[in-house]
Design a protein around this ligand. Sequence first.
Ligand code: NDP
Length: 248
Amino acid sequence: MDLSNRTILITGATDGIGKVLAIKFSKLGSNIILLGRDSLKLDKVYDQLEQSFPSQKHLILEADLSQLNNESAHEIFNAIAGEFTSLDGIIHNAAILGTMTTLEDYELSRWDEVLNVNLRAPFLLTKTLKTMLESSMLPRIIFTSSRVANVGRAFWGAYSVSKFGLKGLAEIFANELETTSPIKVFNFDPGATQTKMRASARPAENPNSLKTPSDLVDCYLWFFSEESSDSKQNYYEYADLSQKVKAR
Ligand code: NDP
């Protein structure tokens, strides 16, 4: 798949799934906007992109999504608009797990941080950057879901609540944009994947029993294909989408 001249913003691009997507998408020709909170980690990923693919343009956006507000969201808009003429996609990938505990014991400050990063920031970034996406030929917004967005399970606390909320947010954006905008909105549950977040949630699990972030790349690429333009479905899970992608 050729992604030349497409510019894609990936939040949480310094680790796990986001980092692998940044590297793979840039290998296919896209300009990558790396958003993360850790400048050293951002620089390392940026260097990896620059060394291998010098003809493309990449941008670092250092931002702590737990602190995002209207002003910093507009700074992000201006930084992107200063470098690129359009934006072709946003992958809302950044998230934090928060604390695995009962709701009764959940610290309010931690609750707010999880909701801010996982739900409030994707809302504000989408709302702020939407106009930039509208000049793209195949504009896409991908939200990242989880199994605990569908069923409330003990101890998953704010993380689960944020993913329930994100499912609603993705559906509302999809419905609102369906008839008024070329932007396609998807919500994707990548399923259990070998990353530091999964290791924190399931410390006793053998990571080698899980798929790696690289196994997800074809699913994410499908969202950016012309084929997905005809999809009436907004929510996808890895198990189903990977079969569909393999069967093509
Ligand atoms: P990781 O913890 O490996 O990576 C999360 C990324 O988000 C990191 O780059 C991290 O930055 C960044 N991030 C966290 N907090 C902030 C913040 N305040 N501001 C900016 N960036 C931040 O997670 P995964 O790769 O596993 O998860 C990616 C997505 O997939 C998440 O939305 C997650 O909910 C979802 N998911 C993952 C599953 C799995 O099994 N791994 C299963 C289902 C869904 P830093 O490097 O600084 O920590």
